[in-house]
Design a protein around this ligand. Structure first.
Ligand SMILES: Cc1cc2nc3c(=O)[nH]c(=O)nc-3n(C[C@H](O)[C@H](O)[C@H](O)COP(=O)(O)O)c2cc1C
Length: 354
């Protein structure tokens, strides 16, 4: 028996193995509505044997999108389109999840293959929001410092998005608090210079992200897990770091969050990140141990034995993979062969079973 292919249960949801498809923006939606591209992209990874297929960072409001091509879940047409996708994912034995997101000061940009730079006014730019009026990088406009009413509206948007995710039959929601987007911007002292109850000491910087996570937890059915993706460090002196991430994760656990998905970076342009195989696993390991909450490791996990070893050593409960899944939607099938595990092969593909 391998750890990678052992089932994993959170609340009433059982994952058939520990292999999760990491959320990946496809920048291919119109008006936030997912389409056939998203069905095939997500659906083929469910056919490939992943346990959880997490739909991309999906805007809880139009201004919360990174780009005009992002998926959204602020209206019923979007939720209805997602329902077709979740039905297919579930029919293949995988769990459908969705990452709920607000891009904060990093919103209103071109899609990456058009340069990814901020949109100009005549290209449909919108005013971005942030904890403080500090731009992300050169060329980015400063976001508008959020008022108390803005904070309430964003909490409301996350709750409404969660309710729509329920109607679209998502079994997992993940709050995006990583990669320099809105909730991470509140956590990090480098992007949050507020002088009210939402800035300053750690307790204050955590207040808004915890409010959002708590509201999402309350709005999602008790039998279904809520994840939070964090950036465990800004990789920058004076920024957000692992020690603060551990405190934050303990608070998330108290709110009933089920798993912390441990990524890093994204809030400081040009931070020096020591990217290497498994480089973020130590964060998943430390948070799992110190905060006593389930964690997922992500980042440069590409090989079945690497995944098996880190899970077997108790460094994380599950792995998310992104680029390896873009290269090979059937990665779990390959991993099962390599590790000698038995997994269900799609019946339609039986004649090709090795
Ligand atoms: C095309 C692409 C889109 C991504 N979009 C998202 C996203 O929507 N939300 C997110 O949290 N991370 C996103 N990421 C980051 C991945 O989820 C993952 O954390 C990162 O790529 C590291 O994992 P990997 O080495 O397995 O690719 C994206 C990565 C890629 C390659």
């Amino acid at each position: 028996m391998t750890t990678l292919f052992s089932p994993f249960r959170l609340r009433d949801v059982t994952f058939r193995n520990r292999i999760f498809v990491s959320p990946m923006c496809m920048y291919s939606a119109e008006e936030g509505v997912p389409n056939d591209w998203h069905l095939v992209h997500l659906g083929s990874r469910a056919v490939g044997g992943a346990a959880l297929v997490m739909a991309e960072a999906t805007g809880v409001s139009p201004v919360g999108r990174i780009s005009p091509g992002d998926t959204g879940i602020w209206n019923d047409a979007q939720a209805t389109a997602f329902a077709r996708i979740t039905a297919f994912i579930a029919s293949r034995g995988a769990v459908p999840g969705i990452q709920l997101a607000h891009a904060g000061r990093k919103a209103s940009t071109h899609v990456p293959w058009e340069g990814g730079k901020p949109l100009a006014a005549n290209e449909g730019a919108w005013t971005t929001l942030g904890p403080s009026a500090i731009p992300f990088d050169d060329g980015f406009p400063p976001p508008r410092e959020m008022t108390a009413a803005d904070l309430d509206a964003v909490v409301g948007a996350f709750v409404a998005a969660t309710e729509r995710a329920v109607r679209a039959n998502f079994q997992v929601v993940e709050v995006h608090a990583a990669h320099g987007y809105l909730l991470h911007e509140f956590l990090s002292p480098l992007s949050n210079r507020r002088t009210d109850g939402f800035g300053g000491p750690l307790e204050n910087r955590m207040r808004f992200p915890l409010r959002v996570a708590g509201a999402v937890r309350e709005a999602f059915p008790a039998g279904r897990p809520v994840f939070v993706r964090i950036s465990a460090t800004d990789w920058t002196d004076g920024g957000w770091d692992l020690a603060q991430s551990i405190v934050f994760s303990r608070c998330l656990k108290e709110l009933g969050v089920d798993l912390v998905d441990c990524s890093s970076g994204g809030n400081v342009a040009n931070a020096k990140i020591p990217v290497a195989p498994g480089y973020q696993v130590p964060f998943a390991e430390a948070i799992r141990r110190e905060a006593g909450i389930a964690t997922a490791a992500v980042g440069m996990i590409t090989e079945p034995r690497q995944a098996e070893e880190l899970l077997g050593a108790g460094r994380a409960d599950a792995i998310f993979m992104a680029r390896a899944f873009l290269r090979d939607p059937y990665w779990p099938q390959r991993a099962a062969r390599e590790l000698g595990a038995d997994v269900t092969w799609p019946i339609q593909y039986g004649r090709a079973k090795p």
